[in-house]
Design a protein around this ligand. Structure first.
Ligand code: SF4
Length: 418
């Protein structure tokens, strides 16, 4: 049933075409061997590979498709049977399970028979260790090199030593990648790709910032869909062209005071991973309660302000070391506090994703500390990114309804007192 309380985005059609183009190109390259293909973790050294002519495929994006099509649960047990624990990243287990079953959602979506074959696997442990083990699995399967960046996590503001190391590790990738690409590295091509990626990041950030307006022209659930090009096509002009269109649509909405959620009364922050298989039902739930989820950590993770084509290696190291997930809790709390203030947030939703400890930030008391510091309530939603067996729809609806009621009651109480 279409959700009338939540407004659809016109640019969505163009975005779907763009995603199709991305996968069709990869499929063609894989079948005809016309281009080399790098598989890359989501915040791995993609721009470097692109500057050497690789097309880039992101297993996490494929895993999110398994989540949103709700096929992940068919595949997780297959990976479990191969020794991959049900407690580790369900992106990893669903993706590996689908591979072992020779199935992919790309078949139904685009008529593509199988995922493109890699010539190299690239990772960066800036987000978690799982991406390394994930790449190693495919390295063994396809007999291709696994190259990567090992970034320490839980950093704080003074991360110079980490950036220094990552800068050197990035430079060390050039030789092996040149040999696989059978092509010489050209720093000017690298600068160009990084410049386009920087522009993509700037435009995506501008789109997300429109959520600070009251009412918000878009929600976290829209952003999860529209972040696709920023994830898989950053560094390409097509992504930038798309975000110009999306940004124009959002600006128009702001100008006309068009709300993504009709009658927006409350504004929430989403902390943690999306529940991919429940985006629509969660979007409908919040819209029904006239609550708009206007900002999130997750969708902001594809903003890389530090990219600087004048100093490509050092700035890429700085950008990829600065992502939210890699920082310590003090840094993360300051980041969220800033967003809560700027986006006029009434409450924070913490998604405790069972199989992603790295992106479940409620587990060490952060939710309580932030509520105390900011004077706003929080709610923990228990679930998972892909494994819906960890998520209860009934429980979530009850808890969210009670949370909204509690905020509205305390608002009325404040009005009465004043
Ligand atoms: S950050 Fe979480 S969801 Fe992403 S790859 Fe790592 S464990 Fe999986």
């Amino acid at each position: 049933m279409e959700n009338k309380a939540h407004l659809e985005i016109t640019a969505a059609k163009q975005m779907k075409e763009l995603m199709k183009q991305h996968f069709m190109e990869l499929d063609e390259a894989s079948r005809t061997k016309s281009r080399k293909i790098a598989w890359c973790s989501s915040v791995g050294p993609a721009e470097l590979a692109m500057s050497l002519g690789f097309l880039v495929y992101y297993p996490e994006n494929h895993a999110a498709m398994l989540g949103s099509t709700r096929t992940a649960m068919d595949y997780i047990p297959v990976a479990n049977a191969h020794g991959y624990s049900p407690e580790i990243c369900s992106y990893l287990t669903s993706d590996i399970g689908a591979y072992l079953r020779h199935e992919t959602p790309l078949t139904k979506a685009y008529g593509i028979k199988e995922v493109p074959k890699p010539d190299v696997l690239l990772y960066n442990t800036n987000q978690c260790r799982d991406v390394y083990d994930w790449a190693r699995f495919y390295g063994r399967e396809f007999h291709v090199p696994v190259l990567g960046i090992n970034t320490p996590r839980s950093q704080n503001e003074s991360r110079e030593h980490v950036v220094f190391s990552v800068n050197n590790q990035l430079r060390d990738l050039v030789g092996p990648l040149e040999r696989i690409a059978r092509r010489r590295f050209d720093i000017d091509e690298f600068r160009e790709v990084l410049g386009r990626s920087r522009e993509c990041s700037r435009l995506w950030e501008a789109v997300l910032e429109t959520g600070a307006n009251k009412p918000s022209p878009l929600t976290f659930f829209d952003e999860c869909i529209h972040m696709g090009p920023a994830v898989v096509m950053r560094g390409r002009q097509e992504a930038n062209d798309y975000y110009q269109v999306l940004l124009a649509e959002m600006k128009q909405r702001v100008e006309n005071k068009v709300a993504a959620v009709e009658g927006e009364k409350l504004r929430f922050y989403w902390e943690g991973m999306p529940v991919w298989g429940k985006l629509r039902s969660l979007s409908e739930l919040f819209a029904r309660l006239k609550a708009s989820v206007v900002v999130s950590t997750y969708c902001n993770s594809w903003i890389f302000n530090a990219f600087d084509p004048a100093d490509p290696f050092a700035s890429m190291a700085e950008a990829y070391c600065s992502i939210f997930i890699g920082q310590d809790e003090v840094w993360k709390e300051n980041y969220i506090a800033d967003k809560v203030k700027r986006f006029a947030i009434d409450g924070i939703l913490f998604h405790d994703a069972r199989t992603c400890a790295s992106n479940s930030n409620n587990r060490y008391g952060m939710s309580q500390r932030l509520s105390q510091r900011l004077g706003i309530p929080h709610l923990v939603i228990n679930g998972d990114l892909n494994d819906l067996r960890c998520y209860s729809e009934e429980q979530t609806v009850t808890n969210v309804e009670a949370f909204v009621e509690q905020i509205e009651e305390s608002r009325s109480e404040n009005v009465r007192r004043n």
